[in-house]
Design a protein around this ligand. Sequence first.
Ligand code: GTP
Length: 352
Amino acid sequence: MLVGGKGTRLRPLTLSAPKPLLPTAGVPFLAHQLTRAAECGITHVVLATSYRAEMFTEAFGTGEDFGLSIDYVHESEPLGTGGGIRNAAALLRGGPDDPIVVLNGDVLTGHDLPAQVDLHRKKDAAVTLHLVPVEDPSRYGCVPTDSSGRVTAFLEKTPNPVTNQINAGCYVFRRSVIDTIPAGQVVSVERETFPGLIASGAVVMGYAEAAYWLDVGTPEAFVRGSCDVVLGALHSPALGGTPGVCLVLGDARVAPDAQLSGGTTVGYGAVIQAGAIVSGSVVFDGASIGAGAVVRDSIIGRDATIVGGALLDGVVIGDGAYVGPGNELTRGLRLWPGARLEDTSVRFSSDA
Ligand code: GTP
């Protein structure tokens, strides 16, 4: 699993923790992938780390809580997606023809991974990519296939996509193909390895399946993903309980007349006071939302304080930040960790 990215689009949340460790429906994001991998029969995982590598070992240890054996490799300088996969090669188990599943560490997916591996074996492919249809393919790697499902091109983030079928960030590699990626260098699988394999005539297959899929790389997508897991739109074995309109963790305190909805998670030790309305949001551990505050589609960082009467819609509040009474913060605003917004007359909007 590739987990070495800096997660710049999710700043400031990723200043204190890497994207795959951000709390998502009550657990670190990657726990959803690890439990699904175990459910699909995977027994050994190598985490290809770089940014804040030590935090992964602390979070997942040997992997036994997941019924997995987890090994860690580290890139002191990020080697990109291809370099990261190559760096993990020494710890991979199995023979040269065995299938190796590679997963981006920021994807929520409900697709049938064993079926993807079956297709890979049946076609004796070099690589088999999971492909999903999306409305706006220009933001992703666009992957056309022929009538047999064979990939004919790999067009990374192109302005005029030829198909709405995109790279979903889950690959099955023939083990020996990983060894052909140059070692110790920055390599992108999307820009170099896949186009190179296609040009050389290697069999690169597309496994197209339109099951639930989400790349949680942006704040909007991250909050959507967490809410979808809580609501049950994506079944995740890592969700502690049954799906519902909200998830309140452990010692969090929610006033009886506060309203939680839309798959909101309230973290450990967080407080939601009387009359507050919180919908479609993720409230991290220790944060507090004051009486009568309204929070929609937002991420409230660890130990942040939202005072009663504030209105937040589609924003990211960094760890320990403070939003005073009467502030209105809307679409796209990001407040950095520890920042204080006292002034009740301020209205912030990135759209303004
Ligand atoms: P942004 O900076 O917001 O684009 O996020 P990111 O750094 O995570 O990059 P991106 O979303 O393109 O990365 C896709 C996946 O590859 C994520 O799971 C990353 O953790 C992982 N990844 C990206 N670059 C590297 C790298 O250099 N090394 C390793 N090991 N993983 C990487």
